[in-house]
Design a protein around this ligand. Structure first.
Ligand SMILES: Cc1cc2nc3c(=O)[nH]c(=O)nc-3n(C[C@H](O)[C@H](O)[C@H](O)COP(=O)(O)O)c2cc1C
Length: 191
Protein backbone atom coordinates (compact mmCIF):
# COMPACT_ATOMS: atom_id res chain seq x y z
CA UNK A 1 0.00 0.00 0.00
CA UNK A 2 1.25 3.46 -0.87
CA UNK A 3 1.92 5.72 2.10
CA UNK A 4 -0.48 8.40 0.87
CA UNK A 5 -3.27 5.82 0.43
CA UNK A 6 -2.77 4.62 4.02
CA UNK A 7 -2.83 8.19 5.32
CA UNK A 8 -6.01 9.05 3.46
CA UNK A 9 -7.94 5.80 3.88
CA UNK A 10 -7.34 5.35 7.63
CA UNK A 11 -10.56 5.87 9.58
CA UNK A 12 -11.80 5.25 13.11
CA UNK A 13 -13.82 2.03 13.11
CA UNK A 14 -16.29 1.14 15.83
CA UNK A 15 -17.95 -1.95 14.32
CA UNK A 16 -15.86 -5.07 13.83
CA UNK A 17 -16.34 -8.41 12.06
CA UNK A 18 -16.27 -11.67 13.96
CA UNK A 19 -12.90 -12.53 12.46
CA UNK A 20 -9.49 -12.58 14.15
CA UNK A 21 -6.51 -10.63 12.86
CA UNK A 22 -3.09 -12.32 12.90
CA UNK A 23 -1.42 -11.31 16.18
CA UNK A 24 2.00 -11.48 14.49
CA UNK A 25 0.93 -8.68 12.17
CA UNK A 26 -0.23 -6.64 15.15
CA UNK A 27 3.23 -7.06 16.68
CA UNK A 28 4.72 -5.91 13.37
CA UNK A 29 2.54 -2.79 13.57
CA UNK A 30 3.67 -2.19 17.17
CA UNK A 31 7.26 -2.59 16.02
CA UNK A 32 6.85 0.38 13.66
CA UNK A 33 6.49 2.60 16.74
CA UNK A 34 10.19 2.04 17.50
CA UNK A 35 11.09 4.11 14.45
CA UNK A 36 9.31 7.28 15.62
CA UNK A 37 11.45 10.28 16.57
CA UNK A 38 12.16 10.53 20.32
CA UNK A 39 13.61 13.57 22.13
CA UNK A 40 17.28 12.88 22.98
CA UNK A 41 16.80 9.47 21.38
CA UNK A 42 15.33 8.27 24.68
CA UNK A 43 12.69 5.64 23.93
CA UNK A 44 9.82 6.17 26.37
CA UNK A 45 7.11 3.79 25.18
CA UNK A 46 5.94 0.38 26.32
CA UNK A 47 3.08 -1.68 24.95
CA UNK A 48 0.64 -4.24 26.21
CA UNK A 49 -1.05 -6.56 23.70
CA UNK A 50 -4.22 -7.94 25.27
CA UNK A 51 -5.97 -11.05 23.94
CA UNK A 52 -7.81 -12.27 27.05
CA UNK A 53 -11.50 -11.66 26.44
CA UNK A 54 -12.24 -10.92 30.10
CA UNK A 55 -9.58 -8.19 30.18
CA UNK A 56 -10.84 -6.68 26.90
CA UNK A 57 -14.37 -6.61 28.33
CA UNK A 58 -13.14 -4.87 31.50
CA UNK A 59 -11.30 -2.27 29.42
CA UNK A 60 -14.47 -1.65 27.41
CA UNK A 61 -16.29 -1.14 30.72
CA UNK A 62 -13.60 1.18 32.15
CA UNK A 63 -13.75 3.22 28.94
CA UNK A 64 -17.57 3.27 28.85
CA UNK A 65 -17.25 2.23 25.19
CA UNK A 66 -18.88 -1.12 24.58
CA UNK A 67 -17.73 -1.53 20.99
CA UNK A 68 -14.20 -2.23 22.24
CA UNK A 69 -15.41 -5.65 23.48
CA UNK A 70 -16.17 -6.74 19.90
CA UNK A 71 -12.46 -7.21 19.19
CA UNK A 72 -10.10 -10.09 19.96
CA UNK A 73 -7.00 -7.91 20.36
CA UNK A 74 -6.27 -4.64 21.95
CA UNK A 75 -3.02 -2.67 22.11
CA UNK A 76 -2.24 -0.26 24.93
CA UNK A 77 0.41 2.43 24.38
CA UNK A 78 2.17 3.42 27.60
CA UNK A 79 4.77 6.08 28.37
CA UNK A 80 7.28 6.12 31.19
CA UNK A 81 8.34 9.77 31.15
CA UNK A 82 11.02 9.55 33.88
CA UNK A 83 14.18 9.53 31.76
CA UNK A 84 12.97 12.24 29.39
CA UNK A 85 11.84 14.39 32.32
CA UNK A 86 15.26 13.90 33.97
CA UNK A 87 16.88 15.16 30.79
CA UNK A 88 14.50 18.01 29.90
CA UNK A 89 12.48 18.85 33.01
CA UNK A 90 8.88 19.93 32.42
CA UNK A 91 9.46 20.13 28.68
CA UNK A 92 10.20 16.41 28.84
CA UNK A 93 6.60 15.75 29.89
CA UNK A 94 5.40 17.46 26.73
CA UNK A 95 7.99 15.68 24.59
CA UNK A 96 6.74 12.31 25.82
CA UNK A 97 3.14 13.04 24.79
CA UNK A 98 4.27 14.39 21.42
CA UNK A 99 6.47 11.43 20.58
CA UNK A 100 3.78 8.99 21.69
CA UNK A 101 1.53 10.61 19.08
CA UNK A 102 4.20 10.19 16.40
CA UNK A 103 4.68 6.52 17.35
CA UNK A 104 0.92 5.92 17.40
CA UNK A 105 0.54 7.31 13.89
CA UNK A 106 3.22 4.86 12.63
CA UNK A 107 1.23 2.08 14.27
CA UNK A 108 -2.10 3.27 12.82
CA UNK A 109 -0.68 3.40 9.31
CA UNK A 110 0.72 -0.14 9.57
CA UNK A 111 -2.64 -1.38 10.86
CA UNK A 112 -4.21 0.25 7.80
CA UNK A 113 -1.62 -1.30 5.49
CA UNK A 114 -2.42 -4.77 6.86
CA UNK A 115 -6.12 -4.27 6.13
CA UNK A 116 -7.09 -4.16 9.80
CA UNK A 117 -9.09 -1.47 11.54
CA UNK A 118 -8.96 0.30 14.87
CA UNK A 119 -10.12 3.35 16.75
CA UNK A 120 -7.92 5.50 18.97
CA UNK A 121 -9.47 5.28 22.45
CA UNK A 122 -8.42 8.26 24.54
CA UNK A 123 -11.33 8.35 26.95
CA UNK A 124 -10.96 5.83 29.79
CA UNK A 125 -10.48 5.50 33.51
CA UNK A 126 -6.71 5.43 33.59
CA UNK A 127 -6.32 4.37 37.22
CA UNK A 128 -8.65 1.41 36.84
CA UNK A 129 -6.94 0.22 33.65
CA UNK A 130 -3.48 0.64 35.19
CA UNK A 131 -4.51 -1.54 38.11
CA UNK A 132 -6.08 -4.12 35.79
CA UNK A 133 -2.97 -4.37 33.60
CA UNK A 134 -0.51 -4.06 36.52
CA UNK A 135 1.04 -0.93 35.02
CA UNK A 136 3.23 0.88 37.60
CA UNK A 137 2.09 4.28 38.88
CA UNK A 138 4.77 6.41 37.14
CA UNK A 139 3.52 5.41 33.67
CA UNK A 140 0.86 7.11 31.54
CA UNK A 141 -1.54 5.38 29.20
CA UNK A 142 -1.39 7.25 25.89
CA UNK A 143 -4.09 5.39 24.01
CA UNK A 144 -5.90 2.11 23.65
CA UNK A 145 -6.43 0.45 20.27
CA UNK A 146 -8.94 -2.36 19.70
CA UNK A 147 -7.88 -4.21 16.54
CA UNK A 148 -10.12 -6.12 14.14
CA UNK A 149 -11.61 -6.14 10.66
CA UNK A 150 -13.90 -3.22 9.79
CA UNK A 151 -17.59 -3.98 9.65
CA UNK A 152 -18.66 -0.47 8.71
CA UNK A 153 -17.76 2.15 6.18
CA UNK A 154 -17.72 5.54 7.89
CA UNK A 155 -19.26 8.51 6.12
CA UNK A 156 -16.76 10.67 4.30
CA UNK A 157 -15.23 13.35 6.47
CA UNK A 158 -15.28 17.06 6.06
CA UNK A 159 -11.55 17.58 5.60
CA UNK A 160 -11.21 21.34 5.29
CA UNK A 161 -9.09 22.90 2.61
CA UNK A 162 -5.45 23.52 3.58
CA UNK A 163 -5.87 27.23 2.75
CA UNK A 164 -7.77 27.55 6.03
CA UNK A 165 -4.77 26.49 8.10
CA UNK A 166 -1.60 27.33 6.22
CA UNK A 167 0.37 30.57 6.55
CA UNK A 168 3.62 31.73 5.05
CA UNK A 169 6.35 33.46 7.01
CA UNK A 170 3.90 34.92 9.52
CA UNK A 171 0.45 34.17 10.87
CA UNK A 172 -1.13 37.03 8.95
CA UNK A 173 -0.05 35.89 5.52
CA UNK A 174 -1.82 33.04 3.73
CA UNK A 175 -0.24 33.47 0.34
CA UNK A 176 2.98 31.85 -0.78
CA UNK A 177 3.67 34.61 -3.23
CA UNK A 178 2.96 38.24 -2.61
CA UNK A 179 0.40 39.59 -5.09
CA UNK A 180 1.98 42.60 -6.67
CA UNK A 181 -0.19 45.37 -8.02
CA UNK A 182 0.25 45.18 -11.78
CA UNK A 183 1.91 48.46 -12.68
CA UNK A 184 -0.13 50.89 -14.74
CA UNK A 185 -2.77 48.42 -15.91
CA UNK A 186 -5.57 49.46 -13.56
CA UNK A 187 -6.87 52.93 -12.75
CA UNK A 188 -5.90 54.42 -9.35
CA UNK A 189 -8.15 53.12 -6.54
CA UNK A 190 -8.97 49.81 -8.28
CA UNK A 191 -7.25 47.73 -5.54
C1 LIG B 1 -6.40 11.61 21.19
C2 LIG B 1 -7.63 10.96 20.61
C3 LIG B 1 -8.56 10.40 21.45
C4 LIG B 1 -9.68 9.75 20.90
N1 LIG B 1 -10.55 9.11 21.75
C5 LIG B 1 -11.61 8.46 21.23
C6 LIG B 1 -12.46 7.70 22.10
O1 LIG B 1 -12.26 7.61 23.32
N2 LIG B 1 -13.52 7.06 21.53
C7 LIG B 1 -13.77 7.09 20.18
O2 LIG B 1 -14.75 6.47 19.74
N3 LIG B 1 -12.96 7.79 19.34
C8 LIG B 1 -11.89 8.45 19.83
N4 LIG B 1 -11.02 9.11 18.99
C9 LIG B 1 -11.23 9.04 17.52
C10 LIG B 1 -11.76 10.34 16.93
O3 LIG B 1 -13.11 10.51 17.32
C11 LIG B 1 -11.61 10.29 15.41
O4 LIG B 1 -10.24 10.19 15.09
C12 LIG B 1 -12.20 11.50 14.73
O5 LIG B 1 -13.60 11.53 14.88
C13 LIG B 1 -11.86 11.56 13.23
O6 LIG B 1 -12.31 10.40 12.56
P1 LIG B 1 -11.30 9.47 11.75
O7 LIG B 1 -10.33 8.87 12.73
O8 LIG B 1 -12.17 8.45 11.08
O9 LIG B 1 -10.56 10.33 10.78
C14 LIG B 1 -9.89 9.74 19.50
C15 LIG B 1 -8.93 10.31 18.66
C16 LIG B 1 -7.81 10.90 19.20
C17 LIG B 1 -6.76 11.48 18.28
Amino acid sequence: MKLNDAIQSRRSIRKFKDKKPDWRKIIEAIDSARYAPMAGNIFTLKFVLVDKKEIIEKIAEYSSQEFIAQTDYLVVFITNPERTENAYGKQGTVFCRQQAGAAIQNFLLKIEEFGYATCWIGFFNENKIKTLLKIPEENNIEGIFPIGYANEKPKSRNIRDLNNFLYFNDFKNNRMKEIKKPEGRYPEGYW
